[in-house]
Write a protein of this length. Structure first.
Lengths: 220, 268
């Protein structure tokens, strides 16, 4: 008896907006909105992937020569970090769906720390590139790469990983936001929309990196 | 109270990924990453790229299906998301096929050959500068050379920033690595300069190349004239009236571009 009352209370905790028929309709609409947003994200990164395809097609030898100047170990480490963070994120979402508030906050904190780890590794990589003059277009000043079109590779490298890094940074802000809300106990098995949708965003960031890693670091 | 809304029942059944399954997907993703890195270490030619791309797609599918819960989500959401990839594929395939196969259209069509015949060997003694050749050269320059050498031929085109050594400044007589006689400049345009961005333009009709020679030389002080020996060095018999077909067939610019791409691929 007491248990059902608690459950009923949890469901009442979140009042859905008046223009929705039910909390469920609100949740489904929010989720669909997120998918539509992710479509625009695919197309934004898509432009860069197309540019990559064009230039790799034009200068395959240059891509092969230039990619050797990226650190595969660090790139691989970052892939592992990001995949693990996706796992902790999905565990946070499941925990919040079950109404396990402490677990939710704990997994979100893990995700946040892993995200910070990703950006730290990225910082180390970027510093090395700056140090060796492996920079985009006119900023490029490296004597060891012979191919004249090499600056193009680093333009693509910095724009693609830079835009991705920006997404990681925004993702961290969003995770921090739901983390503080989770600490305040604002989510329950009846209302977890923000946790699930931030999760989508974070998995998308992971998805982009899954393609970026082999395309930039492992040019065959 | 009245009837329960249909979707509310669905709500109670909202799919929750179990910890075990989440970990299984996570471990699969890590194993697939390890495979990608290991396979990249083996040289399989073109197959390397295909394998890396396939594995990335498998990983992406796992993330979308399980982490993003697309497997148990409403079908319309899957359709929405997948549609973006369909459009991305159209974008990439059309752009890339335009880039690599446009040349075929021009060369295989009649236009390609007709154009080449018209522009090759039509000019008598093209190694001697004339105002007509300079005008013709200026037109070719604005298509072939401006990107690096700049509109005024000062070696400061938009692409020059990224080039080492920098493109030649035609308005000065300094630093002409391979000489500044017309025959020497012709040789440079024909063969390119090794270890620099100056590539061979041997696929342009010979007359166009001579026109370019006279145009770029007209931008600076008058060059030393060629002797018969100089012309003989590049395989031209001055007693004949035309440069003939040179040693390479004349083809269109688009085909020339494609040739350059193929050369780059072969070097790999």
């Amino acid at each position: 008896m007491a248990e059902t009352q608690v459950l009923a209370k949890q469901k009442q905790q979140h009042h859905h907006a008046h223009h929705f028929m039910s909390a469920e309709a609100e949740f489904e609409a929010s989720k669909q909105g997120m998918w539509v947003f992710l479509v625009t994200e695919v197309l934004m990164f898509g432009g860069l992937f197309t540019a990559y395809a064009v230039f790799r097609g034009l200068y395959p030898d240059m891509f092969y020569e230039a990619h050797k100047f990226l650190n595969v170990k660090l790139g691989c480490l970052n892939t592992v970090i990001l995949i693990t963070s996706s796992l902790t994120m999905v565990l946070a979402v499941s925990a919040s769906q079950r109404g396990e508030k402490n677990k939710t906050a704990w997994f979100l904190a893990c995700t946040l720390i892993l995200a910070a780890g990703f950006l730290t590794v990225k910082y180390i990589e970027y510093s090395a590139k700056f140090h060796h003059g492996l920079l985009p277009a006119g900023f490029f000043h490296n004597e060891t790469i012979k191919h004249v079109k090499a600056p193009l590779f680093f333009s693509l490298y910095f724009i693609m990983t830079g835009l991705h890094g920006l997404h990681v940074l925004i993702g961290m802000g969003l995770i921090l936001w739901i983390f503080t809300r989770a600490l305040k106990g604002q989510f329950s098995s009846g209302y977890y929309t923000p946790v699930e949708l931030v999760g989508f965003y974070w998995h998308f960031v992971d998805l982009v990196w899954i393609y970026l890693f082999p395309l930039l670091y492992l040019v065959g | 109270m009245n009837k329960e809304h249909v979707s509310d029942r669905h709500y109670d059944k909202h799919y929750i990924l179990s910890t075990k399954n989440a970990c299984l997907v996570g471990v699969s993703l890590l194993i697939l990453t390890a495979i990608t890195v290991l396979v990249a270490g083996i040289n399989l030619g073109r197959l390397n790229f295909i394998i890396a791309f396939l594995i990335a797609t498998i990983k992406g599918t796992l993330v979308a299906l399980f982490f993003m819960n697309l497997k148990h989500d409403r079908k319309e959401n899957a359709v929405i998301f997948l549609t973006s990839f369909v459009f991305l594929a159209i974008f990439i395939v059309l752009t890339v096929s335009d880039l690599f196969f446009r040349g075929d259209v021009y060369v295989k069509g009649q236009l390609g050959f007709a154009q080449a015949e018209l522009t090759s060997g039509a000019i008598k003694q093209p190694w001697i500068s004339t105002p007509e050749l300079i005008t013709k050269g200026k037109a070719a320059f604005s298509i072939q050379c401006v990107a690096c050498h700049g509109a005024e031929g000062k070696g400061n085109g938009p692409a020059s920033l990224a080039l080492k050594p920098p493109p030649r400044n035609f308005t000065s007589q300094e630093n002409w690595k391979l000489g500044r006689k017309p025959s020497q400049v012709f040789k440079t345009i024909r063969d390119g300069i090794p270890d620099s961005a100056m590539s061979s333009f041997s696929t342009l009709p010979a007359d166009d190349r001579w026109a370019l020679v006279h145009y770029v030389l007209s931008l600076g002080p008058k060059p030393t004239e060629d002797t018969n020996e100089d012309l003989a060095k590049i395989g031209i018999d001055p007693s004949k009236q035309t440069a003939g077909s040179d040693q390479t067939p004349s083809i269109t610019i688009d085909f020339a571009m494609q040739r350059m791409i193929e050369e780059a691929e072969n070097k790999r």
